[in-house]
Design a protein around this ligand. Structure first.
Ligand code: SF4
Ligand code: SF4
Length: 491
């Protein structure tokens, strides 16, 4: 969607913008908004956004921040709300522990996740980026606001940066970076607790540091990484690094809802003169855009929304608020910049559900049902039964034969599980080696040997199919299969 192609040079400019800069915007597709012509970084000094959507976003961000920072400490049935323990390959989602053995569930979850993203982006564009992405929330709702406190916003922040070094400037800069680093430390540790679990993190903090050099190294590295991102790298994380931002152009279409400038209504641009209204402006060949550039001044990625949908736009809505407040001042209707689709703006079409959206919805629903089925029918334990390597059969007293097996049991729950075994499909006896009872500790893999004994007369041949039930205090958990090796003759 491309809005305007020609930008007029007008005298109604806010401080810090010039006609020369307007000309620069005409070739916006040839260069990055955050790069100077020589390739150096153009540091951005966005104005503090204010308005209806900024207020909603702030409330929503606080809710997300509470969830984000308390997530690793919230327990459901003793398990973390969310934990992605890559080292032990153990995941906790909404208190449900998933193990590497849950590969199918994990694969289907990933399919649901990615299909949902595609569906969501096709319908609502980058709503996620603007409202819920941790990078945007932390940058715009936490770090940026702290920066506004220390250095001011927009042109005053730019002037502060350009001013000569004084004691006051040193104190304000040092204060800001100190707070930035402290917060980065908190963010880094929170991320670490999502990876290794809050208990492990607290253990590292309380224990002798010499026992946790790896953990402490990661704490420092994560802190430095987040400090670098929020103090320096900033919007470049969205434009250069984030894959979601980069593939969105393949997902958006003319019916997708995005933050958009209504070029039908806004062009041609021109300054507002006292006494004008929409009708008199139209008579003069002007649209509703008064070319005040307030939408550009608030943009945290430095772009001009009037140039149409751009990869850098994170749909933060700051330009909607900025333009609405200008429209209020000049007495024109709000919504010159708003959530809209290309078809909504160009053809005045209402929002509609496209066949592509229906297709993705059907797919997400089907995968969601499959995932729910897999999760609800998932066993508390995962048992692997292997014949002892190299073993055939052993002759026992009374004419019985025996086979030795190794049994591995993964306890996926957050409580210890006593397990017993029963032969399900043949007559015989099972003996647990190394003790009569066996309790597999919570969230652990246990391994023991079992001896299966059968009468020769009960064998079905050289290979007798075997089904062994895994029980816990009489409650069936699952059934595993193997074969019993006999001497060969069928009886
Ligand atoms: S163009 Fe508007 S919505 Fe997009 S990033 Fe800039 S201010 Fe946010
Ligand atoms: S804030 Fe609105 S009126 Fe001002 S330049 Fe942007 S689109 Fe035009």
């Amino acid at each position: 969607m491309s809005g305007a192609t020609k930008v007029e040079t007008v005298g109604h400019e806010p401080a810090g913008h010039s006609a020369a800069q307007d000309i620069q915007w005409e070739d916006f597709r040839d260069h990055l908004a955050t790069a100077e012509k020589d390739g150096s970084r153009r540091w951005l000094y966005p104005k503090k956004p204010s308005g209806r959507l900024a207020r909603y976003r702030t409330w929503f961000a606080w809710m997300l921040l509470v969830i984000m920072f308390t997530g690793p400490f919230i327990r459901i049935q003793g398990n973390p709300l969310l934990m992605i323990d890559i080292l032990q390959r153990k995941f906790s989602i909404l208190g449900q522990i998933f193990w590497p053995e849950d590969t199918v569930i994990f694969a289907v979850s990933m399919l649901v996740f990615f299909t949902s993203i595609i569906l969501f982006t096709t319908a609502f564009g980058r709503l996620w980026c603007g409202w819920a992405c941790p990078q945007t929330v932390m940058m715009e709702m936490v770090f940026r606001k702290i920066e506004f406190l220390f250095e001011g916003d927009g042109s005053s922040a730019k002037a502060f940066d350009a001013a000569a070094w004084t004691l006051s400037k040193v104190v304000r800069k040092a204060g800001k970076h100190l707070v930035f680093f402290g917060l980065s430390f908190v963010v880094g540790n929170t991320l670490l607790s999502y990876i290794i679990g809050s208990d492990a993190l607290l253990h590292i903090i309380r224990d002798d540091p010499r026992n946790h050099t790896t953990g402490l190294t990661f704490m420092v590295l994560f802190s430095l990484l987040f400090y670098a991102i929020f103090a320096r790298f900033r919007e470049q994380a969205c434009t250069f690094i984030c894959p979601y931002g980069r593939f969105q152009s393949a997902l958006l279409d003319e019916n997708t809802i995005v933050v958009a400038y209504d070029n039908q209504r806004g062009e041609g641009r021109g300054p507002w003169k006292k006494g004008q209204d929409a009708v008199t402006r139209k008579a003069e060949g002007l649209g509703d855009c008064v070319n005040c550039r307030q939408c550009v001044a608030v943009c945290p990625t430095g772009i001009d929304i009037r140039n149409g949908v751009q990869m850098e736009c994170v749909n933060c809505t700051a330009c909607i608020d900025a333009c609405d407040s200008v429209m209020d001042k000049v007495g024109l209707p709000r919504g010159l910049v708003r959530y809209a689709s290309l078809n909504g703006i160009q053809k005045n079409e209402p929002l509609r559900i496209t066949p592509r959206m229906i297709g993705y919805s059907v797919l997400v629903t089907a995968l969601g049902c499959l995932l729910a089925f897999l999760v609800f029918t998932r066993s508390d334990v995962e048992t692997l039964l292997l014949r002892a390597p190299g073993g055939l059969f052993q002759q026992q007293a009374g004419g019985r034969l025996s086979n030795l097996y190794t049994v591995k049991v993964v306890n996926k729950t957050s409580h210890d599980i006593p397990v017993q075994f029963r032969l399900m499909n043949v007559d015989g006896r099972i003996q647990l080696m190394g003790g009569e009872s066996w309790t597999v500790p919570k969230e652990k893999l246990g391994e023991r040997s079992i001896l299966v004994e059968m009468e020769v007369g009960k064998l079905a041949g050289r290979h007798t199919p075997l089904e062994i039930g895994v029980y816990s205090n009489g409650r069936p958990l699952e059934t595993v299969k193997s074969v019993f090796i006999g001497p060969g003759a069928a009886h």
